[in-house]
Design a protein around this ligand. Sequence first.
Ligand code: HGY
Ligand code: MN
Ligand code: MN
Length: 400
Amino acid sequence: MTGADVIDRCQALARMSESADCITRTFCCPAMHDMHRTLRAWMEPAGMRAETDSAGNLRGVYPGQQVDGPWLLIGSHVDTVPDAGAYDGVLGVVLGIAVVQALHGRRLPFGIEVVAFSEEEGVRFGVPFIGSRGLVGTLDEALLARTDAKGISVAQALRDFGVGEAAARREYLGYLEMHIEQGPVLESLDLPLGVVTAIVGQTRAEVRFRGAANHAGTTPMHLRRDAMAAAARWIALVERAARATPGAVATVGSVHTSPGAGNVIAGEVRATLDVRHADDGVREALVARLRSAAEMIAVRRGLQVEWNARLSQAAVACDAILTELLARAAEACGQRAHRLASGAGHDAMIVAAIAPVAMLFLRSPGGISHHPDEAVNAGDVEAALAAGAAFLGELERRYV
Ligand code: HGY
Ligand code: MN
Ligand code: MN
């Protein structure tokens, strides 16, 4: 396959959406059925047996030379944020299939499993990594019981989707995730590829400010308990505190207000919080500060605040040996393997609990991601494909 073929496949998958006018594909949505059907139709001619596991992940199994040999896991996620681009996650799955297809049926000393993780973004249930948690065995009862905005639980969503059995437990020698960088670093260096050294840690939470809804015309300013005004004050403070913490990023990306009318004081505001830093201690200290700031603002204004933790994911280092092999593979294909950390979260963070992980980044034109203008260059995809194939060669030399 060429780089352009891979891009065409990503574009074909982008048409599978919950929305008619943009790309939105959340966990177990109907469009995910089309997605699986299409991925299966690509996996099977490449020599893979495709199966859906109990967490809704599609797994393409390409056995190795020995029945009981180790496995290399390659993949990424196929869910998206709302109004997404065509490449975040999907590209890594399509590239994984292409790398296997390029073997033309040749068996390696290890099997390969290409995985399309069902959920990574945390959009539908507020908690990310449902797919990779399923694969590593940490999709627990509490997470299965979590409900979406319509009151449907994760377990029910999986039942409604019609998932398969728990997949056979495999021993993985490693996990390779190929992903767009989603930032400007590689483009600024004029480099097609990069090798990830570590993925920063992240905290996600939902913060609820509860005040009192009342008439916007008759309630004097000093007698209000305005949840919106409190939330606004806190959001401004989130930005200030993150700016004052070198290396930190903090985002309030979504706010729901109720009752939500122009002439009613907001009685309740639910805000999301996403905080990231390479140093877990710094991240935790910043989150603690933001939490006490929310409490102070609420107390001063006679409101209640509720802090619902959604995720506290430690920073994860990529495996030194696999990363070195990946860099060597990229260099053997004539690329400079620039090392960089990932500010975005990836399934590799979760898979790292059961296997050494390595990540290859592809340059993101304009540094744009989580946006419909997300793009990738055909030449860079071709370079990634070559590096992926060379990585299999590096592993093969180690495992014979
Ligand atoms: O939010 C993230 O970092 C990733 O894109 N899911
Ligand atoms: Mn993403
Ligand atoms: Mn992603």
